[in-house]
Ligand binder design. Structure first.
Ligand SMILES: NC(=O)c1ccc[n+]([C@@H]2O[C@H](COP(=O)([O-])OP(=O)(O)OC[C@H]3O[C@@H](n4cnc5c(N)ncnc54)[C@H](OP(=O)(O)O)[C@@H]3O)[C@@H](O)[C@H]2O)c1
Length: 267
């Protein structure tokens, strides 16, 4: 299927690793111009270097960065067609997953909301005039946790629920102006956040007394009741994001694609 993305200009936040890197790679393969935003580069991003890719280094916790990012994209490639608000997760100084409600301070909540919600809204605000001009599209990356409240990660799940909520509202307001807004909600996805040395897999493995491979391949998929029996791969989330970015999804607006290996059980 030709996704008709050749020559379109995309900004992908958190584009140096994990799901974002898979989105950047896939958009480049489809012939798009891509601006990948992250604080640092990465070997994966360096492998993709070429005339269609720009790495915009910056910190999304800095309120000035979104405007600079959009300006760089428009300056480099002449406009903006696709915004993928992918960066999210634990901001600096916050370790997720985090347990009991009473352990969370205002500072934790503010940092998580700053990164997962406010930064997304700031970038969306500055990108929208350009997207309206070219009939562009936004894909926001939320989380299956947005729809599954639990007794941990309160602030992260609440911030992601807000992202899903605002995405739907934006689709209503900007759909008539030619801009589609959709959400992709990944479940547990095998990214660096899980697999890095000392990362979440090691934390869980230590706490549960199993080795990290058993944890990733068996214990967690069983515990989370994944009907596929395994973690989601970053590319599988990226494929959903890129399909929604494509004009082939022209009638998909205000939708949420859940890519979670069957974790959510409700209809
Ligand atoms: N992995 C999962 O299991 C899972 C599940 C549900 C939802 N999600 C969501 O999926 C999205 C991607 O997650 P991921 O696991 O692929 O992430 P990841 O592998 O940890 O990558 C995070 C990306 O964001 C960038 N980043 C981090 N802090 C930043 C900041 N302050 N400013 C600019 N860029 C920053 C990182 O680069 P630098 O460090 O160089 O800045 C990196 O490119 C997130 O929204 C996450 O909440 C993930």
């Amino acid at each position: 299927m030709d996704l008709a993305l050749r020559g379109r200009v995309a900004v992908v936040t958190g584009g140096s690793k994990g799901i974002g890197l898979a989105v950047v790679r896939t958009l480049l393969e489809e012939g798009a111009f891509v601006v990948a935003a992250s604080r640092s580069g990465s070997p994966g991003l360096a492998d993709l270097a070429g005339p269609n890719l720009l790495h915009a280094a910056g910190d999304l916790m800095d309120p000035a960065f979104p405007a600079e990012l959009v300006e760089r994209a428009v300056g480099a490639f002449g406009g903006l067609d696709i915004l993928v608000n992918n960066a999210g997760g634990p901001p600096p100084g916050v370790v997720l997953p985090r347990g009991p409600f009473l352990d969370g301070t205002d500072t934790d909540w503010q940092a998580v909301f700053e990164f997962n919600l406010f930064a997304v809204m700031r970038l969306t605000r500055v990108a929208l005039p350009h997207l309206v001009e070219r009939g562009g599209t936004i894909v926001n990356v939320s989380s299956s946790l947005a729809r599954q409240p639990g007794t941990n990660n309160y602030e992260y799940a609440a911030a992601k629920a807000a992202v899903s909520h605002v995405s739907k509202g934006l689709s209503e307001e900007f759909g008539p102006q030619g801009v589609r807004v959709n959400t992709v909600s990944p479940g547990i996805t095998r990214t660096n956040w899980w697999t890095d040395e000392g990362g979440v897999a090691d934390m869980f493995a230590g706490a549960m007394g199993v080795d990290r491979d058993t944890l990733l391949d068996k214990t967690l998929p069983e515990m989370m009741r994944l009907s596929t029996g395994r973690f989601v791969e970053p590319q599988e989330v990226a494929d959903a994001i890129v399909l929604l970015s494509s004009p082939r999804s022209g009638s998909t607006n205000g939708s949420e694609f859940v890519v979670d290996g069957g974790m959510l059980k409700e209809i």
